[in-house]
Write a protein that binds this ligand. Structure first.
Ligand SMILES: Cc1cc2nc3c(=O)[nH]c(=O)nc-3n(C[C@H](O)[C@H](O)[C@H](O)COP(=O)(O)OP(=O)(O)OC[C@H]3O[C@@H](n4cnc5c(N)ncnc54)[C@H](O)[C@@H]3O)c2cc1C
Length: 585
């Protein structure tokens, strides 16, 4: 009776890591990018760059808060809206790896264009791609591939943000017409101003009310002119960034939708929404890779050209540290994104944790990289004639949408707790029948007595990086042990132990980042030889060193912390309604 699944049964790499098991065949060798994928992506991104140069004026778009409608048509003509749609429906059938590389290129060129493309493909039409019937795909995908129809994903409501399952939009069945009548307001819908294909999530009342199980996903499709009785688009929101992208309310007032338009089954809408978001997150990480590379380029250009104290500022060690940090985090992010995309392309069933790690690490690394590049630019960084300000504004939303980084940290940690919880349930089950389960129990007890639940190891890392690999094994084991204790101590209440959950998620993100970088550099060393891989080895060693400090600090804080103070302080602040210790009072 073993609770860790074998290689062939394993659905998710990181879920097994939470149990102290590193299934190396999932992450070694680092995925090779096929030559034909490189060619296809290069042809597309070259064409895209030409299109961007000719038709997309980012400053104007940002200033006027408007993305030209001809450019949307141009994106369709270019094939940018059909990248992930299978060829049989008129799309390009890009792999996850190809899509990520494209989004890496598209993102930094113009963020608003990237949102048109991403809101359409990463989320808007994803429910149809993942859960649509053949007939539904045949009916809608060809027009979605060419951009004749643009898609949008309508989940959020004024009262239902992170708690999306509490949505209030209703869908009431009319048996006479075999239609559903939709009522409700969707908020902040990207592409809302011009989309003609909306995936709308609504509550279908059922006899047994259950928050998650009475939601359905509807394809709400407008007429060719963009109108539909009962559907109104709100005014364009004025935003901090992504100013050209369209963000509107979608108001549904007795909007009739054929029952045939339900995607993925009547009570399955919440699963459709969650899986759509889970699959879209890796590409957000890819966009962050592109943005970070652009920032490094600017920072290096400025640092090497700008002289102060008669020397280029690039020579100062504080500046070197900033550049190294930017590069190491970008290298780690890139390694995570394409490792995850490789898992998707190998049809590993569950890559939701890996995608969440890419999104959280990537969006925060990008934010930090922009901030550092701006700092290196000094006063120039603050001037609107340089791109830092717009990039900073545009990138801020990435930590908020498609699951806030707080919610994703909870998701990462709680998914791990669930895996650990199921082993402990096995223990509890076995305790009820100790005689027949003696072998399992004594094995578990022995491991607990030794204080080591597992002895995780990374064996396929290049020997030159053996110390780094050993540390990863050690921390995976330490995390698995800590998780057992947390679940054992808190039981179901663990869902509310957010101080601890945040630490667990941060440790896991760092572990995944280290595994990804070690796998990638090992492949590089084998392919390019030691001499040519030297800078990469240095980057990986530097990154793992920093990452180790974070892990150690988080592991220590799992045991010893001042969480109670945190609760007391915040309580006092809430009670006072703000800062209550003004020195001058
Ligand atoms: C520009 C833009 C485009 C968008 N595009 C779309 C779109 O196309 N389709 C769509 O459906 N939605 C879209 N959204 C909505 C977006 O997904 C939500 O804003 C996001 O899910 C967060 O919801 P909220 O804003 O209501 O914040 P809240 O859920 O109110 O959260 C506020 C804060 O509380 C934190 N928080 C919430 N719950 C918890 C918890 N349990 N534990 C700890 N912290 C918590 C959050 O992390 C956040 O920091 C868009 C939003 C913006 C701004």
């Amino acid at each position: 009776m073993s609770s860790v699944k074998t290689e062939t049964e394993l659905n998710s790499f990181l879920k097994a890591v939470f149990q102290g098991h590193i299934e190396e065949s999932y992450v070694f060798p680092y995925p090779e990018i096929p030559a034909d994928t490189k060619e296809t992506v290069a042809a597309f991104t070259d064409a895209y760059k030409d299109f961007d140069a000719a038709f997309i004026d980012s400053d104007k778009i940002d200033h006027e808060h408007f993305f030209p409608r001809e450019a949307i048509k141009g994106l369709g003509d270019l094939g940018a809206l059909g990248m992930v749609i299978p060829e049989e429906y008129g799309g390009s059938g890009f792999s996850a790896t190809a899509y990520c590389k494209t989004m890496e290129t598209v993102g930094p060129l113009d963020s608003s264009a990237a949102i048109v493309i991403g809101a359409h493909q990463s989320i808007g039409i994803k429910p149809l791609l993942l859960f649509g019937s053949d007939e539904q795909k045949k009916k809608w995908l060809p027009d979605l591939a060419t951009g004749k129809m643009v898609g949008a994903f309508a989940l959020t409501e004024p009262e239902a943000g992170s708690d999306a399952a509490s949505l209030k939009t209703t869908a009431v069945y009319d048996a006479e017409t075999d239609e559903y009548i939709l009522n409700g307001t969707k908020q902040w819908i990207s592409n809302g101003g011009f989309a003609k294909f909306f995936t709308v999530f609504a509550r279908v009342p059922s006899e047994v009310p259950e928050k998650h199980k009475e939601i359905a996903c509807f394809a709400v499709v407008t007429h060719e002119d963009g109108t539909l009785p009962g559907l109104t688009r709100g005014v364009e929101e004025k935003k901090l960034g992504l100013c050209g992208s369209s963000t509107t309310q979608i108001i549904l007032d007795n909007c009739r939708v054929p029952a045939w338009n339900i995607i993925g089954g009547k009570g399955n809408g919440f699963r459709v929404a969650v899986e759509t978001l889970n699959t879209g997150r890796t590409s957000l990480g890819a966009g962050a890779v592109g943005g970070s590379k652009a920032m490094i380029k600017l920072a290096v250009e400025h640092a090497t050209q700008r002289k102060q104290f008669k020397t280029p500022i690039a020579n100062f060690e504080i500046i070197r540290h900033k550049i190294t940090k930017m590069v190491a985090n970008t290298y780690a992010l890139e390694s995570m994104v394409y490792l995850t995309a490789g898992l998707v392309d190998r049809y590993i069933p569950d890559y939701s944790l890996e995608g969440a790690c890419c999104k959280v690490f990537g969006t925060e690394a990008l934010w930090d990289n922009i901030n550092e590049a701006l700092q290196i630019a000094g006063g120039n960084g603050f001037m609107n004639e340089y791109p830092y300000g717009r990039t900073l504004r545009d990138s801020r939303i990435y930590m908020i949408f498609e699951g806030t980084n707080e919610i994703l940290r909870l998701y990462i940690a709680l998914s791990g707790m669930k895996e650990v919880g199921s082993e402990l349930q096995n223990v509890q089950q076995a305790l009820k029948d100790p005689v027949r389960s003696f072998g399992f129990l004594s094995e578990f007890a022995q491991r607990r007595l030794r204080g080591v639940i597992t002895n995780a190891k990374l064996t396929k890392v290049h020997p030159l990086l053996a110390p780094e690999a050993d540390y990863v094994g050690k921390y995976v084991t330490a995390l698995a042990n800590a998780m057992q204790l947390i679940v054992w101590n808190h039981g179901k209440n663990v869902v509310d132990r957010q101080y601890q959950l945040e630490r667990v998620a941060n440790i896991m993100i760092d572990i995944y980042a280290q595994i990804a970088t070690l796998s990638r550099v090992t492949s590089s060393m084998l392919k390019k030889g030691l001499e040519k891989s030297r800078p990469e080895i240095d980057i990986v060693k530097w990154f793992c060193h920093q990452s180790r400090h974070r892990i150690v600090s988080n592991l220590k804080s799992l045991e010893k912390n001042r969480d109670r103070d945190c609760t007391e302080i915040s309580n006092a602040v809430y009670e006072a309604g703000g800062y209550a210790w003004d020195l001058w009072d």
